[in-house]
Each structure stands twice: as structure tokens, then as C-alpha cells.
Design a binder for this molecule. Structure first.
Ligand code: FAD
Length: 390
């Protein structure tokens, strides 16, 4: 489909906004709706920071794609005249020696094989370079300079401004209630006030709200709340560059990761089982979580263990059954394209996501598209669902 179309995008998170920008660049007429204001404070994309990294175990597709995304992150920094992507490096440590077949070692080896220069760290090197760590507990790992973090909410704001300037019609305070169907084909959406909005094609990019809007997807994707907390350190310099970077602390066994000092706080998060929930309900961090966070801090970053916790949030993953994103035409409903399933790791691909979604919509070749295509729920492979954030 390359003729110019009227495209309606449902959802103004990173998937929807990057798709809107790219489709508008390709001269389509684009309208984006979101219950907003944009960026929506509850969107997963709206946050102070997201990790931008290429460490993906032995899964080279994501590494390959990040190799395309990194230069584009730098281009955005230049375009915007301010650094919203900070290439500060990333430390991944383990409590036992890294082993082949595990996320950390496989990432390290693949980075080397692809010509990157991750630096192996033992306890001694960790203590010397990154003194906030309890180095006695972390014996192996590496530092990857080709990584960093982005001020995700501010990135989204920049992209929303760019979309508006490019002629995307942004309709805030407007939510999709259901698809507008005619002869079993999508003709647009019915809004929450009952009005109809027509289009040639509809892209549902509603993140965690997608399986609610499209219940036939509930078998292959669902919503999981993951706790995030901000701690204000008494010794900020210990948690700022060059003493500290984004990190993953034995993440394949523990789920812990975090960010260097930003806005006076250290953001710590856990990529664990999380809580399955309905995104329309209350989203509260469970009692007992703060104690669990402090237990981790006490053993890993003792100087942060008693720091005031100044913010807590339950952030929503739209998890697919295999952990890979979901970007394809709906198999059952013509005219509907789904772009979601971030599964806790999509933000880093922001500079290349819009192209993928637009290519799928236009039926153009895209070498990354097959991974994210429509698929039945099946057995998990070795690398599936293993994209720990950090
Ligand atoms: C705790 C946490 C940590 C993460 N850390 C990282 C990280 O470090 N690195 C990384 O790369 N990724 C990370 N991610 C994943 C990343 O944030 C997501 O994959 C990505 O932001 C998802 O973007 P999205 O556009 O699909 O969804 P969202 O950003 O959630 O946007 C969905 C939009 O749809 C809108 N919407 C909802 N209902 C409707 C409706 N009825 N009609 C119209 N619009 C609607 C919402 O208002 C929202 O604006 C993390 C996620 C979480 C939760």
C-alpha cells in the first residue's frame, strides 16, 4: 500500500508518535488520538529515563537494529541542540563468573565479535572505577561504552512537537472506545464520546491498553506492572559520572537495574515477574516492595540503602508471550495494524521504530519486520522473553 492514505493512530507513546512522524514524512494524512495530554503521564514511554543499550545475549537481531539506532540517537541530539540521549556507558555485573549460554557472557562475546570493545571487569576493577558498588559481591562482568540512557519523556515531547510541526493532526483528550467496522473491515474508530473517526487504516499503538481495546489479542499479550523507585543519595557524586553509570546487577538472576544520578535521584527498577493487572484500574506499588528495594541496595550500593525514596511508580509493560514486539496487520481484521508489545524494552529503538511500522503499513521490505510479525502462541525459545532492562 503506497498510495497516500488517511491513517488514524491510536496512542501517542513512542510507537504511535514515531509511526506518525514517519508516515507523515511519507506524505500520508495522519491523525493521532490519545486520552492525553501528550505525552500522557501514564504512558510507559513517559519517564525520566530509559536505558539505551545493545546487550541482548546472543540475539543479534536486536544488536543489529541498535547499531542502526545509535547514530540516529546522536542525530536527534544534534537536531534538538541538547543531549537527551546520554552515551554514558553501561555496567553489567554478575555474582559468579559469567558463563557461556547466559545473558551476560553471551552479550559480552557477541559485542566483541561484532567489533565493539566491552571491557571485562572483576571485583578489583569494579571497586576502582565504580566505588558505590559492593565489589566483593560482584566478581565478573563488563563495561560497555556504547550504551547510555535517554530522557524518555522529554524525547517524546520533542517528537510530539515535531509531529505537530510536520502536519500530524494530534487530538488530545480523545480515546478510542472500539473499532468502527463495516463488512468486517476497519473503517476507523468509535471514540469514547460515541463519535466516529474514519480512516483508510487504523494503527493501534496503545501500549498496555492494547489488549483491552483489542481483546482478541489477550492470548498473546498482557499487562504487567513493574515497580520503579527514585532514591535521593546523601553523596550525589558517588552516583554520578564518572563514578557511576547505568547498571544491571546480576540481572538474569535478580532483575535489578538502574540509572546514574539524574534530577538529583538514582532510579532503581526491577524487571521481575511484576503484577498482572488491568490498566484501567489502580496502579500502585505493592506494600513490601520498598523493603525489597532497600534490601538490594544494602547489599549492592550500601550508600543508598537509607536514602529517602522520593518517588514510586508502577510502570506498565505490554508483554507479548515471547517478549518480542508486535508490529503487523491483524490477521483477522482487515485495515487494522497493531504496533505494540514493547515487553519492557522498546524505547531504545525509538529512532528506528517509525520506519518499521511505516514499512509494514506500506508493505515494504524491512529486514527486522519478520521477528515482530503476527504469530501464534508457541513454545518459548532460548532467547525469547529474556530482554532484561537495565
Ligand atoms: C518500568 C519500565 C521500565 C522500562 N525500561 C526501559 C528501558 O530502560 N529501555 C527501553 O528501551 N524500554 C524500557 N521500557 C519499555 C518501554 O518503556 C516501552 O516498551 C515503550 O515505552 C512502549 O511504548 P508504547 O508506545 O507501546 O506505549 P506507551 O508509551 O504506554 O503509549 C501508549 C499510549 O496509548 C494511549 N492510549 C491508551 N488507551 C488509549 C485509547 N483508548 N485511545 C487512544 N490512546 C490510548 C496512552 O494514553 C499512551 O499515551 C520500560 C518499561 C517500563 C514499564
Amino acid at each position: 500500500m503506497t498510495a497516500k492514505q488517511q491513517i488514524l493512530i491510536v496512542g501517542g507513546g513512542i510507537m504511535g508518535v514515531t509511526a506518525a512522524l514517519e508516515l507523515r514524512r511519507r506524505s500520508h494524512e495522519v491523525t493521532l488520538i490519545d486520552p492525553g495530554p501528550l505525552p500522557h503521564p501514564e504512558a510507559s514511554s513517559t519517564d525520566i529515563s530509559k536505558m539505551i543499550r545493545m546487550d541482548y545475549g546472543s540475539d543479534e537481531l536486536y544488536m543489529d537494529w541498535m547499531e542502526e539506532a545509535f547514530p540516529r540517537w546522536h542525530e536527534w541530539n544534534e537536531l534538538w541542540g541538547e543531549e537527551l540521549y546520554h552515551e554514558d556507558g553501561f555496567v553489567i555485573m554478575t555474582r559468579e563468573e559469567m558463563r557461556s549460554g547466559e545473558f551476560e557472557y553471551d552479550s559480552f562475546r557477541k559485542l566483541q565479535q561484532r567489533g565493539h570493545q566491552p571491557e571485562r571487569l572483576d571485583s578489583q576493577a569494579l571497586a576502582a572505577r565504580f566505588p558505590a558498588w559492593n565489589a566483593a559481591l560482584y566478581v565478573d562482568g563488563y563495561y560497555n561504552a556504547r550504551a547510555g540512557w535517554a530522557e524518555s519523556g522529554r524525547v517524546l515531547t520533542r517528537l510530539i512537537d515535531a509531529a505537530r510541526a510536520a502536519g500530524v493532526r494530534l487530538r488530545e483528550g480523545v480515546a478510542m472506545r472500539e473499532l468502527l467496522l463495516d463488512d468486517a473491515r476497519v473503517r476507523g474508530v468509535v471514540l469514547s464520546d460515541g463519535a466516529a473517526l474514519r480512516a483508510d487504516a487504523v494503527i493501534v499503538a496503545a501500549g498496555a491498553w492494547t489488549p483491552v481495546l483489542l481483546p482478541h489479542l489477550a492470548e498473546v499479550m498482557w499487562v504487567v506492572g513493574q515497580p520503579v523507585m527514585h532514591f535521593r543519595p546523601a553523596e550525589p557524586a558517588l552516583f554520578a559520572l564518572p563514578n557511576f553509570t547505568g547498571f544491571a546487577a546480576d540481572i538474569s538472576n535478580t532483575g535489578w537495574y538502574g540509572f546514574p544520578l539524574h534530577q538529583g535521584v538514582v532510579k532503581i527498577a526491577n524487571h521481575g515477574e511484576g503484577q498482572r493487572l488491568d490498566p484501567r484500574g489502580t496502579k500502585e506499588v505493592q506494600a513490601g516492595e520498598e523493603a525489597r528495594f532497600r534490601e538490594f541496595l544494602r547489599e549492592t550500593f550500601p550508600a543508598l540503602a537509607d536514602a529517602p525514596c522520593v518517588q514510586q511508580r508502577l510502570c506498565l509493560y505490554c508483554d507479548t508471550w515471547d517478549g518480542h514486539f508486535w508490529v503487523d496487520w491483524d490477521r483477522e481484521i482487515p485495515g487494522l495494524l497493531v504496533a505494540t508489545g514493547g515487553s519492557g524494552h522498546a524505547f531504545k529503538f525509538a529512532p528506528v521504530l517509525g520506519e518499521l511500522i511505516a514499512d509494514v503499513l506500506e508493505g515494504r521490505e524491512n529486514r527486522f519486520a519478520a521477528r515482530f510479525a503476527w504469530r501464534e502462541r508457541g513454545e518459548l525459545g532460548k532467547e525469547d522473553a529474556r530482554f532484561w532492562e537495565g
